[in-house]
Design a protein around this ligand. Structure first.
Ligand SMILES: O=P(O)(O)OC[C@@H](O)[C@@H](O)c1c[nH]c2ccccc12
Length: 255
């Protein structure tokens, strides 16, 4: 496993020790991102609320997440991702809750999920979608957490970076696969990673979401031509003077 990811996960193991097992009343039906994606005739865009990151340092730490989310919605965003990891990304579950209260589009809890209690918490704070990072989980845990999220009606984006991870992801038959263009070992970002992986696996009956390093309309077209039907965009939107205009430019027509 990549060095930084390893460090984040070992910190996460300590952090989750203080999470309680709780009886959760399952009276909320999550909003489907997959349905929205399937109904869209343009590239779907997931806008991310990301205050900081280990590779970029502080990006926009004093942002009001609900205000940023409202700008994304006015640009026609299809979902909003909220980084909730505190230590490395300066986010929180309160950021997620604030966004959920402010918007109607599906909300993704972006974190390093290794335990069922984090999924309980995601549901409790209003998430509709969670992220499962293949590189952070063994096959049994990946399957177990994927199925557990499903019991809440939460959708999972299963994230891969390499061919080996793609094979492991496809083995559980997920509806949504995120292809990360960022190498968590070197922090290098290369949108050609999605092109390489989808050239080989693009025929699989799943939706592919291109993640990281997407800046321009030309990038969006490249990801579309590679076979992605959605984009996950963080830094570009967090730094944009007008995130709504940027989102509009990324929602390129589907093939
Ligand atoms: O800011 P960018 O380059 O647009 O990237 C967004 C998103 O892909 C990135 O934040 C991300 C992808 N996978 C993750 C896993 C954990 C934390 C963060 C991420």
């Amino acid at each position: 496993m990549a060095a930084i990811l390893e460090e984040i996960i070992s910190h996460k193991r300590i952090e989750i020790k203080s999470l309680d097992t709780q009886q959760i009343i399952r009276n909320r039906k999550p909003v489907s991102f997959r349905e929205r994606l399937e109904a869209s005739d343009t590239m779907a865009v997931i806008g991310e609320v990301k205050r900081a990151s280990p590779s970029r340092g502080d990006i926009n730490i004093n942002i009001k997440p609900e205000g940023q989310a409202a700008k994304y919605v006015s640009g026609g965003v299809d979902a909003i991702s909220v980084l909730t990891d505190k230590n490395y990304f300066k986010g929180s579950m309160r950021d997620l809750e604030a966004v959920k209260c402010a918007v109607g589009v599906p909300v993704l809890n972006k974190d390093f999920i290794i335990d069922e209690r984090q999924i309980d918490r995601a549901y409790l704070y209003g998430a509709d979608v969670i992220l499962l990072i293949v590189a952070a989980l063994d096959d049994a845990a990946l399957k177990r957490l994927y199925d557990y999220a499903g019991t809440y009606g939460l959708e999972s984006i299963v994230e891969v970076h390499t061919e080996a991870e793609m094979e492991r992801a496809l083995a559980i038959g997920p509806e949504l696969i995120g292809v990360n263009n960022r190498d968590l070992k070197t922090f290098e970002v290369d949108v050609a990673n999605t092109e390489r992986l989808l050239a080989k696996y693009g025929d699989a009956s799943t939706h592919f979401i291109a993640e990281s390093g997407i800046k321009t309309e030309a990038d969006a077209e490249r990801m579309r031509d590679a076979g992605a039907s959605a984009l996950l965009v963080g830094e570009t939107l967090m730094r944009a003077a007008q995130p709504d205009a940027t989102i509009r430019s990324l929602k390129v027509p589907r093939r």
